[in-house]
Design a protein around this ligand. Structure first.
Ligand code: ATP
Length: 250
């Protein structure tokens, strides 16, 4: 199925034959898929299937052993994370990485220095205020990040990622661990980013969120893509159900 998407003439991002091993364990094993501009692609799979490693390879946290990562026609595999930030790839992390000793504004201003459209000083503070407003933290710029609830830390981390003016936003289980109210708000927030044309690759275990948000999904198992397509179709596939049930023959 991924071969058909490989013929897409102008994907925003294309990964091809991506591979990364840790010692004898091949965490990502020949992974290929594309993301079109404005699309939300869900990257799914059971624990340990290689999703976070794939995000790490795309965002420059890790270098691939083999394969290509092509952003708007440009080969970017192996570039370090700070170069990829400048080129428009931003991400959130599974374990939230806000700077607790800094204010909300300072957290976002720190992100604004490293993106595609960097800003400093007065302009950075104005843009930080707008970004905080955008993620539902408006009016709280001066508060220390240490007072935030878990859900609000996630919002702050999203504001920091958006501060990079990304072409592609990578979300690593951004909705995990939220209570039902926070989850609803989080889904609405991602939906609003999509409505603004943001392109998103999201690793997510919350299937209600995938059904509500993703245009397409890629399902990984043991480092490989085992299914690709619209959520309703993919989640009904036998191989996907077996992978989630932990079958060896999936
Ligand atoms: N830095 C590392 N060193 C050694 N092994 C690693 C490293 N990072 C990941 N792995 C292994 O690679 C495999 C894939 O891990 P990865 O975190 O990418 O999976 P995942 O699909 O994101 O899992 P989860 O849903 O639990 O977050 C696992 O077996 C994991 O133990």
């Amino acid at each position: 199925m991924s071969a058909a998407l490989g013929t897409d003439p102008s994907p925003l991002l294309r990964v091809e034959g991506l591979r990364r091993a840790f010692g004898g364990l091949v965490a990502v094993d020949g992974l290929s898929f594309s993301i079109r501009p404005g699309e939300i692609l869900g990257l799914l799979g059971p624990n340990g299937s290689g999703k976070t490693t794939a995000l790490n390879l795309i965002s420059g946290v890790l270098a691939p052993d083999a394969g290509r990562v092509v952003l708007e026609g440009r080969e970017v595999a192996g570039l370090p994370a700070h170069r990829l930030s400048r080129l428009g790839i931003a991400r959130t992390f599974q374990l939230v990485r806000v700077l607790p000793g800094l204010s909300l504004e300072e957290n976002v201003v720190a992100g604004l220095a490293f993106g595609r459209d960097p800003a400093w000083g007065t302009e950075a503070r104005a843009r930080a205020a707008a970004l905080l407003e955008r993620v539902g933290l408006g009016g709280r710029a001066a508060q220390p990040a240490s007072v935030l609830t878990y859900g609000d830390q996630k919002r702050l981390e999203l504001a920091r990622a958006l501060a990079l003016s990304p072409r592609l936003l990578l979300l690593d289980e951004w909705l995990a661990g939220l209570n039902p109210t926070e989850l609803r708000g989080g889904i609405d927030l991602i939906a609003s980013l999509r409505d603004e044309g943001c392109t998103v690759l999201m690793v997510e275990h919350v299937m209600d969120a995938i059904r509500a948000l993703a245009d397409r999904c890629v399902v990984m198992n043991a480092g490989r893509s085992i299914a690709e397509g619209p959520p309703a179709e993919v989640l009904a596939e036998r191989a996907v159900i077996q992978a989630y049930l932990g079958e060896d023959d999936a």
